[in-house]
Design a protein around this ligand. Structure first.
Ligand code: TYM
Length: 327
Protein backbone atom coordinates (compact mmCIF):
# COMPACT_ATOMS: atom_id res chain seq x y z
CA UNK A 1 0.00 0.00 0.00
CA UNK A 2 1.18 3.54 -0.75
CA UNK A 3 2.43 5.48 2.23
CA UNK A 4 0.80 8.71 3.38
CA UNK A 5 2.21 11.17 5.93
CA UNK A 6 0.88 14.40 7.41
CA UNK A 7 1.04 16.42 10.59
CA UNK A 8 -0.32 19.41 12.45
CA UNK A 9 1.47 21.71 14.90
CA UNK A 10 0.13 21.69 18.46
CA UNK A 11 -0.10 25.46 18.80
CA UNK A 12 -3.80 25.50 19.71
CA UNK A 13 -6.95 23.52 19.08
CA UNK A 14 -7.92 22.26 15.65
CA UNK A 15 -9.90 24.83 13.67
CA UNK A 16 -12.09 24.50 10.59
CA UNK A 17 -9.12 25.32 8.33
CA UNK A 18 -7.17 22.35 9.72
CA UNK A 19 -10.25 20.20 9.57
CA UNK A 20 -11.45 20.84 6.02
CA UNK A 21 -7.96 21.52 4.65
CA UNK A 22 -6.34 18.37 6.02
CA UNK A 23 -8.06 16.21 8.65
CA UNK A 24 -11.08 15.21 6.54
CA UNK A 25 -8.59 13.81 4.02
CA UNK A 26 -6.72 11.95 6.78
CA UNK A 27 -9.95 10.23 7.75
CA UNK A 28 -10.92 9.34 4.18
CA UNK A 29 -7.46 8.05 3.25
CA UNK A 30 -6.97 5.64 6.11
CA UNK A 31 -8.84 2.74 4.48
CA UNK A 32 -6.83 2.80 1.27
CA UNK A 33 -3.34 3.85 2.31
CA UNK A 34 -0.65 3.05 4.84
CA UNK A 35 -1.13 6.23 6.90
CA UNK A 36 1.19 8.02 9.35
CA UNK A 37 -0.41 11.01 11.08
CA UNK A 38 1.64 12.89 13.63
CA UNK A 39 1.64 15.91 15.89
CA UNK A 40 4.43 18.29 14.87
CA UNK A 41 5.61 19.30 18.34
CA UNK A 42 9.20 20.10 17.26
CA UNK A 43 7.89 22.41 14.54
CA UNK A 44 5.90 24.37 17.09
CA UNK A 45 9.16 25.43 18.77
CA UNK A 46 10.02 27.56 15.73
CA UNK A 47 7.36 30.05 16.83
CA UNK A 48 6.78 29.09 20.48
CA UNK A 49 10.27 28.49 21.97
CA UNK A 50 8.94 28.25 25.51
CA UNK A 51 5.62 26.44 25.21
CA UNK A 52 3.29 26.66 28.19
CA UNK A 53 2.66 22.96 28.42
CA UNK A 54 3.75 21.10 25.32
CA UNK A 55 2.66 17.73 26.73
CA UNK A 56 -0.88 19.00 27.25
CA UNK A 57 -0.99 20.66 23.81
CA UNK A 58 0.07 17.48 22.04
CA UNK A 59 -2.52 15.42 23.91
CA UNK A 60 -5.17 18.00 23.00
CA UNK A 61 -4.49 17.46 19.29
CA UNK A 62 -4.33 13.71 19.77
CA UNK A 63 -7.81 13.71 21.38
CA UNK A 64 -9.07 15.88 18.52
CA UNK A 65 -7.57 13.55 15.90
CA UNK A 66 -9.43 10.63 17.46
CA UNK A 67 -12.64 12.67 17.78
CA UNK A 68 -12.49 13.47 14.07
CA UNK A 69 -12.35 9.76 13.25
CA UNK A 70 -8.66 9.01 12.79
CA UNK A 71 -8.57 5.42 13.91
CA UNK A 72 -5.45 4.05 15.65
CA UNK A 73 -6.38 0.59 14.34
CA UNK A 74 -6.04 1.86 10.78
CA UNK A 75 -3.46 4.65 11.00
CA UNK A 76 -0.22 5.16 12.88
CA UNK A 77 -0.75 8.20 15.11
CA UNK A 78 2.34 9.57 16.86
CA UNK A 79 4.20 12.52 18.29
CA UNK A 80 6.98 13.84 16.03
CA UNK A 81 9.34 14.08 19.03
CA UNK A 82 8.97 10.34 19.70
CA UNK A 83 10.71 9.48 16.44
CA UNK A 84 14.33 10.58 16.87
CA UNK A 85 15.29 9.17 13.44
CA UNK A 86 13.59 12.22 11.92
CA UNK A 87 16.31 14.40 13.41
CA UNK A 88 19.15 12.51 11.80
CA UNK A 89 17.49 12.68 8.40
CA UNK A 90 16.82 16.40 9.01
CA UNK A 91 20.56 16.85 9.53
CA UNK A 92 21.45 15.07 6.27
CA UNK A 93 18.85 17.06 4.32
CA UNK A 94 20.13 20.31 5.81
CA UNK A 95 23.61 19.55 4.48
CA UNK A 96 22.17 19.85 0.99
CA UNK A 97 19.73 22.73 1.52
CA UNK A 98 20.85 26.22 0.57
CA UNK A 99 20.46 29.51 2.38
CA UNK A 100 19.07 31.33 -0.68
CA UNK A 101 16.24 28.89 -1.33
CA UNK A 102 15.29 28.65 2.36
CA UNK A 103 15.21 32.45 2.68
CA UNK A 104 12.89 32.68 -0.31
CA UNK A 105 10.15 30.53 1.27
CA UNK A 106 7.13 32.80 1.78
CA UNK A 107 6.19 31.42 5.19
CA UNK A 108 9.75 32.06 6.40
CA UNK A 109 9.55 35.67 5.21
CA UNK A 110 6.14 36.12 6.86
CA UNK A 111 7.24 34.61 10.16
CA UNK A 112 10.48 36.60 10.13
CA UNK A 113 8.36 39.74 9.75
CA UNK A 114 6.02 38.69 12.56
CA UNK A 115 8.76 37.73 15.03
CA UNK A 116 11.76 39.95 14.14
CA UNK A 117 13.44 39.21 17.48
CA UNK A 118 13.38 35.48 16.92
CA UNK A 119 14.43 34.70 13.35
CA UNK A 120 15.94 31.39 14.40
CA UNK A 121 17.65 28.64 12.39
CA UNK A 122 14.70 26.30 13.07
CA UNK A 123 12.40 28.76 11.35
CA UNK A 124 14.76 28.93 8.37
CA UNK A 125 15.04 25.15 8.11
CA UNK A 126 11.34 24.51 8.83
CA UNK A 127 10.89 23.06 5.30
CA UNK A 128 13.77 20.57 5.68
CA UNK A 129 12.32 19.28 8.97
CA UNK A 130 9.00 18.92 7.19
CA UNK A 131 10.75 17.10 4.33
CA UNK A 132 12.37 14.78 6.89
CA UNK A 133 8.92 14.04 8.41
CA UNK A 134 7.71 12.93 5.00
CA UNK A 135 10.80 11.25 3.56
CA UNK A 136 11.50 9.26 6.74
CA UNK A 137 8.58 7.01 5.71
CA UNK A 138 9.28 7.42 1.96
CA UNK A 139 5.69 8.63 1.62
CA UNK A 140 4.12 9.31 -1.74
CA UNK A 141 1.13 11.39 -0.69
CA UNK A 142 0.74 14.21 1.81
CA UNK A 143 -2.75 15.53 2.58
CA UNK A 144 -2.31 19.27 3.28
CA UNK A 145 -4.08 22.57 2.66
CA UNK A 146 -3.09 25.11 0.02
CA UNK A 147 -0.79 27.05 2.36
CA UNK A 148 1.69 24.13 2.42
CA UNK A 149 2.40 24.07 -1.31
CA UNK A 150 5.76 25.80 -1.10
CA UNK A 151 6.89 23.51 1.72
CA UNK A 152 5.86 20.54 -0.40
CA UNK A 153 7.92 21.88 -3.30
CA UNK A 154 10.92 22.00 -0.95
CA UNK A 155 10.24 18.39 0.16
CA UNK A 156 10.33 17.28 -3.47
CA UNK A 157 13.53 19.24 -4.01
CA UNK A 158 15.13 17.51 -0.99
CA UNK A 159 14.15 14.09 -2.37
CA UNK A 160 15.42 14.88 -5.88
CA UNK A 161 18.65 16.33 -4.61
CA UNK A 162 19.41 13.35 -2.38
CA UNK A 163 18.74 11.00 -5.30
CA UNK A 164 20.95 13.06 -7.64
CA UNK A 165 23.85 13.40 -5.22
CA UNK A 166 24.01 9.69 -4.44
CA UNK A 167 23.07 8.60 -7.96
CA UNK A 168 20.04 6.46 -7.17
CA UNK A 169 16.30 6.57 -7.06
CA UNK A 170 15.77 6.19 -3.32
CA UNK A 171 13.23 8.79 -2.22
CA UNK A 172 9.97 9.12 -4.16
CA UNK A 173 8.88 12.73 -4.77
CA UNK A 174 5.94 13.28 -2.40
CA UNK A 175 2.82 14.97 -3.76
CA UNK A 176 0.23 17.07 -1.95
CA UNK A 177 -3.08 15.32 -1.83
CA UNK A 178 -6.69 16.52 -1.63
CA UNK A 179 -9.95 14.96 -2.70
CA UNK A 180 -11.22 18.15 -4.32
CA UNK A 181 -9.94 19.30 -7.69
CA UNK A 182 -7.80 22.01 -6.13
CA UNK A 183 -6.03 22.40 -2.80
CA UNK A 184 -8.36 23.89 -0.20
CA UNK A 185 -8.02 27.23 1.49
CA UNK A 186 -10.57 27.92 4.22
CA UNK A 187 -11.01 31.69 4.50
CA UNK A 188 -11.35 33.72 7.66
CA UNK A 189 -14.73 35.34 8.23
CA UNK A 190 -13.10 38.60 9.30
CA UNK A 191 -12.19 39.65 5.76
CA UNK A 192 -8.64 38.29 6.00
CA UNK A 193 -7.65 35.73 3.39
CA UNK A 194 -7.15 32.64 5.51
CA UNK A 195 -8.44 31.08 8.70
CA UNK A 196 -5.41 30.60 10.93
CA UNK A 197 -4.24 30.59 14.52
CA UNK A 198 -1.92 33.54 14.04
CA UNK A 199 -4.71 35.46 12.28
CA UNK A 200 -6.87 35.07 15.43
CA UNK A 201 -10.00 34.39 13.37
CA UNK A 202 -10.57 30.69 13.99
CA UNK A 203 -13.72 28.71 14.50
CA UNK A 204 -12.58 25.70 16.51
CA UNK A 205 -13.97 22.18 16.44
CA UNK A 206 -14.35 22.41 20.20
CA UNK A 207 -16.42 25.63 20.07
CA UNK A 208 -19.96 25.24 21.36
CA UNK A 209 -23.05 26.35 19.44
CA UNK A 210 -23.23 29.77 21.08
CA UNK A 211 -19.59 30.56 20.39
CA UNK A 212 -19.96 29.52 16.76
CA UNK A 213 -23.10 31.61 16.31
CA UNK A 214 -21.33 34.63 17.77
CA UNK A 215 -18.31 34.22 15.50
CA UNK A 216 -20.37 33.71 12.36
CA UNK A 217 -22.75 36.60 13.08
CA UNK A 218 -19.68 38.86 13.32
CA UNK A 219 -18.52 37.87 9.81
CA UNK A 220 -17.63 40.88 7.66
CA UNK A 221 -20.11 41.65 4.84
CA UNK A 222 -20.85 44.61 2.57
CA UNK A 223 -23.92 46.74 1.92
CA UNK A 224 -25.39 44.13 -0.44
CA UNK A 225 -25.72 43.71 -4.23
CA UNK A 226 -27.50 46.37 -6.27
CA UNK A 227 -27.05 44.93 -9.76
CA UNK A 228 -28.57 41.45 -10.47
CA UNK A 229 -26.07 38.61 -10.94
CA UNK A 230 -23.06 40.78 -10.11
CA UNK A 231 -19.79 39.14 -9.11
CA UNK A 232 -19.36 38.69 -5.35
CA UNK A 233 -16.75 40.68 -3.45
CA UNK A 234 -14.21 38.54 -1.58
CA UNK A 235 -15.86 38.76 1.86
CA UNK A 236 -19.16 37.48 0.43
CA UNK A 237 -17.41 34.85 -1.66
CA UNK A 238 -15.87 33.62 1.62
CA UNK A 239 -19.32 33.10 3.17
CA UNK A 240 -20.40 31.12 0.11
CA UNK A 241 -17.21 29.06 0.26
CA UNK A 242 -18.26 27.99 3.75
CA UNK A 243 -21.86 27.35 2.71
CA UNK A 244 -20.63 25.12 -0.09
CA UNK A 245 -18.71 23.03 2.41
CA UNK A 246 -21.20 22.65 5.26
CA UNK A 247 -24.67 23.23 3.79
CA UNK A 248 -26.89 21.24 1.42
CA UNK A 249 -26.89 22.09 -2.32
CA UNK A 250 -30.48 23.36 -1.94
CA UNK A 251 -29.43 25.82 0.75
CA UNK A 252 -26.53 27.06 -1.37
CA UNK A 253 -28.83 27.48 -4.38
CA UNK A 254 -31.38 29.37 -2.27
CA UNK A 255 -28.81 31.97 -1.23
CA UNK A 256 -27.26 32.09 -4.73
CA UNK A 257 -30.71 32.97 -6.09
CA UNK A 258 -31.17 35.58 -3.37
CA UNK A 259 -27.79 37.06 -4.26
CA UNK A 260 -28.60 37.08 -7.96
CA UNK A 261 -31.93 38.90 -7.56
CA UNK A 262 -30.44 41.30 -4.98
CA UNK A 263 -32.81 40.22 -2.19
CA UNK A 264 -30.19 38.55 -0.02
CA UNK A 265 -30.28 39.21 3.72
CA UNK A 266 -26.90 38.53 5.21
CA UNK A 267 -28.40 37.98 8.68
CA UNK A 268 -30.40 35.01 7.33
CA UNK A 269 -27.40 33.61 5.53
CA UNK A 270 -25.24 33.84 8.65
CA UNK A 271 -27.88 32.19 10.83
CA UNK A 272 -28.17 29.30 8.40
CA UNK A 273 -24.38 29.02 8.07
CA UNK A 274 -23.90 28.97 11.85
CA UNK A 275 -26.58 26.27 12.23
CA UNK A 276 -24.95 24.14 9.52
CA UNK A 277 -21.48 24.51 11.04
CA UNK A 278 -22.85 23.52 14.44
CA UNK A 279 -24.58 20.46 12.95
CA UNK A 280 -21.20 19.46 11.56
CA UNK A 281 -19.05 20.12 14.60
CA UNK A 282 -21.35 19.25 17.53
CA UNK A 283 -20.81 15.45 17.39
CA UNK A 284 -17.06 16.03 17.06
CA UNK A 285 -17.13 18.44 20.01
CA UNK A 286 -18.77 15.81 22.17
CA UNK A 287 -16.23 13.19 21.19
CA UNK A 288 -13.37 15.63 21.92
CA UNK A 289 -14.67 15.88 25.49
CA UNK A 290 -14.82 12.10 25.82
CA UNK A 291 -11.35 11.44 24.40
CA UNK A 292 -9.73 14.31 26.32
CA UNK A 293 -10.93 12.75 29.57
CA UNK A 294 -9.39 9.36 28.75
CA UNK A 295 -5.69 9.95 29.44
CA UNK A 296 -4.89 6.23 29.57
CA UNK A 297 -6.24 5.70 26.09
CA UNK A 298 -4.34 8.72 24.72
CA UNK A 299 -1.13 7.48 26.31
CA UNK A 300 -1.51 4.02 24.90
CA UNK A 301 -2.31 5.32 21.39
CA UNK A 302 0.78 7.55 21.51
CA UNK A 303 2.98 4.72 22.79
CA UNK A 304 1.90 2.27 20.11
CA UNK A 305 2.14 4.98 17.43
CA UNK A 306 5.68 5.83 18.54
CA UNK A 307 6.73 2.18 18.21
CA UNK A 308 5.23 1.71 14.76
CA UNK A 309 6.48 5.02 13.38
CA UNK A 310 9.96 4.35 14.76
CA UNK A 311 10.05 0.95 13.11
CA UNK A 312 9.22 2.47 9.72
CA UNK A 313 11.70 5.34 10.29
CA UNK A 314 14.55 3.02 11.29
CA UNK A 315 14.22 1.09 8.05
CA UNK A 316 14.61 4.24 5.95
CA UNK A 317 17.38 5.68 8.08
CA UNK A 318 19.55 2.60 8.03
CA UNK A 319 19.38 2.63 4.22
CA UNK A 320 20.16 6.35 4.15
CA UNK A 321 23.23 5.85 6.37
CA UNK A 322 24.37 3.03 4.11
CA UNK A 323 23.86 5.14 0.96
CA UNK A 324 25.86 8.07 2.38
CA UNK A 325 28.59 5.70 3.48
CA UNK A 326 28.19 5.37 7.26
CA UNK A 327 28.61 1.75 8.20
P1 TYM B 1 -0.39 23.68 10.39
O1 TYM B 1 -0.31 23.16 11.77
O2 TYM B 1 -0.22 25.13 10.14
O3 TYM B 1 -1.74 23.26 9.71
C1 TYM B 1 -2.13 21.90 9.67
C2 TYM B 1 -2.87 21.57 8.39
O4 TYM B 1 -4.02 22.39 8.28
C3 TYM B 1 -4.03 23.03 7.01
N1 TYM B 1 -4.64 24.36 7.15
C4 TYM B 1 -5.53 24.85 6.28
N2 TYM B 1 -6.07 24.32 5.17
C5 TYM B 1 -6.98 25.07 4.53
N3 TYM B 1 -7.37 26.32 4.92
C6 TYM B 1 -6.86 26.88 6.03
N4 TYM B 1 -7.26 28.09 6.42
C7 TYM B 1 -5.88 26.14 6.77
N5 TYM B 1 -5.17 26.40 7.89
C8 TYM B 1 -4.40 25.28 8.11
C9 TYM B 1 -2.57 23.13 6.61
O5 TYM B 1 -2.44 23.26 5.21
C10 TYM B 1 -2.02 21.84 7.14
O6 TYM B 1 -2.25 20.80 6.21
N6 TYM B 1 3.90 22.55 8.22
C11 TYM B 1 2.68 21.96 8.67
C12 TYM B 1 2.88 20.84 9.70
C13 TYM B 1 3.80 19.77 9.22
C14 TYM B 1 3.54 18.83 8.18
C15 TYM B 1 4.71 18.03 8.12
C16 TYM B 1 2.48 18.62 7.31
C17 TYM B 1 5.01 19.51 9.74
N7 TYM B 1 5.57 18.46 9.06
C18 TYM B 1 4.81 16.99 7.20
C19 TYM B 1 2.59 17.58 6.40
C20 TYM B 1 3.76 16.78 6.34
C21 TYM B 1 1.87 23.07 9.34
O7 TYM B 1 2.38 24.05 9.76
O8 TYM B 1 0.61 22.81 9.48
Amino acid sequence: MEKVVSGIRPTGNLHLGNYFGAVTSFVRMQDDYDCYFFIADWHSLTTHPKPDNIQQSTYTILAEYLACGIDPEKSVIYMQSDVKEVLELYLYLNMNAYLGELERVTTFKEKARKQPDNVNAGLLTYPTLMAADILIHRALKVPVGKDQEQNMEMARKCARRFNNIYGLDFFPEPQSFHFSEKAIKIPGLDGSGKMGKSEGNCIYLKDDAKTIQKKVMKAVTDSGPTVPCSPKPEVIENLFTFLNIVSTPDTVQYFEDKWNDCSIRYGDLKKQLAADIVAYTEPIRQRIEQFSADRDLLRSVARRGAEMATESAQKTLSEVRHIIGFR
